[in-house]
Design a protein around this ligand. Structure first.
Ligand code: TRP
Length: 349
């Protein structure tokens, strides 16, 4: 046995030098789609990177400007879920966008040199306008959505931005904005990369996209009996009308959830038994519900803790805001210098 193998205090980890930043619009409680699609990854990244995770409430306002009322209630709900899944305020800076007015200032500066055609060409913009046809999104703010996102990312000089594919054009535009700023003024910003999160193909219980408005979600905070009921309601292989018919996991909407919750050996068994008509969908979903409830138990326990201690959630957000703001102020001082807006004209502190 070498010295290295002896048990002892853990070797200090290398200092975390790379930065990660990501945000979510406050939509309320998080569901399993949010968890497996994003949060799970956010939690893992904390171990190796300096992480900034924030609530994009101004981004929410771009589409909810007519009825912004619920947004402020959604913020603590969402942050409580982030903490429950294991985001650790000691490791990650968790903050609220609108608490850092520098984001708006940087957005303004970027707006000066971002060509309008870049924004009009943005595929996410076109998709969203169509999808949200019932809202009037022919606004300046909605067109500028990616410019605000670029300000979020570059403010903290993030190296990596974990996002889903729909957000890749925004990260791409952020790189272009960084390049343009660096070229016009002074090299100031790194060009961040999108870290594509491999998103498991999870649908809502009825097969449509998991979405609050369809009522087909399983929320992290759903009580166990509600979770179990939602699992029971999941659409399985529609080409297997009877228990005696062989089934096909690839056609089953519950199976992607099995994949995330059961060990491989168990999955193989289930697959074989399903195809051989040995295991029925009702029993199969019972197995899923058990595994899911077990995996969610620690998350739910932490959530109960934070529900009982809402002041702690507030403190965590405030501390995160303060930390984020320090960095934001440093960046904005550099930006003002780079653009040539000298401090001497400003008010005394
Ligand atoms: N546009 C992102 C979404 O809808 C949210 C967001 C805002 C974001 N600012 C960001 C994500 C900065 C990553 C980085 O999901």
């Amino acid at each position: 046995m070498s010295f290295e193998d002896l048990p002892g205090p853990e070797k200090p980890k290398e200092p975390k030098t790379k930065r990660i930043l990501s945000g979510m619009r406050p939509t309320g409680k998080m569901h399993l789609g949010n968890y497996y699609g994003a949060l799970y990854n956010w939690v893992r990244l904390q171990e190796d990177y300096q992480c900034y995770y924030f609530v994009a409430d101004w981004h929410a306002l771009t589409t909810e400007y007519e009825t912004p009322g619920p947004i402020s209630g959604f913020i603590p709900e969402m942050v409580m879920d982030w903490l429950s899944v294991g985001l650790d305020p000691e490791k990650s800076t968790i903050f609220v966008q609108s608490a850092i007015p520098e984001h708006a200032e940087l957005y303004l500066v970027f707006g000066m040199f971002t060509p309008v055609p870049w924004l009009e060409r943005n595929p996410t913009y076109k998709d969203q306008i169509q999808e949200l046809a019932h809202k009037d999104l022919a606004t300046y703010g909605f067109l500028g959505y990616p410019v605000l996102q670029a300000a979020d990312i570059l403010m903290y000089k993030a190296d990596g931005v974990p996002v889903g594919v729909d957000q890749v054009p925004h990260v791409e535009m952020t790189r272009e904005i960084a390049r343009r700023f660096n070229h016009l003024y002074l090299p100031t910003f790194p060009e961040p990369e999108a870290l594509l999160t491999e998103i498991p193909k999870l649908t809502g219980t009825d097969g449509r996209k998991m979405s609050k408005s369809y009522g087909n979600c399983i929320y992290l905070s759903d009580p166990p009996e509600v979770m179990a009921k939602q699992v029971r309601q999941m659409t399985t292989d529609t080409q297997r009308p009877f228990r005696k018919d062989p089934g096909e996991p690839d056609r089953c909407l519950a199976f992607p959830f099995h994949r995330l919750n059961l060990p491989q050996a168990r999955l193989d068994e289930i697959t074989t038994e399903c195809r051989a008509a040995q295991l029925g969908c009702v029993d199969c979903k019972k197995l899923l519900a058990e595994a899911l409830l077990e995996n969610m138990a620690p998350i739910q326990e932490r959530r109960r803790y934070y529900e009982a201690h809402p002041g702690e959630v507030m403190d965590i957000m405030h501390q995160g805001n303060n930390r984020a703001r320090e960095q934001a102020r440093r960046t904005m001082a550099e930006v003002r210098e780079a653009v040539g807006f000298n401090r001497k004209f400003q008010l005394a502190p």
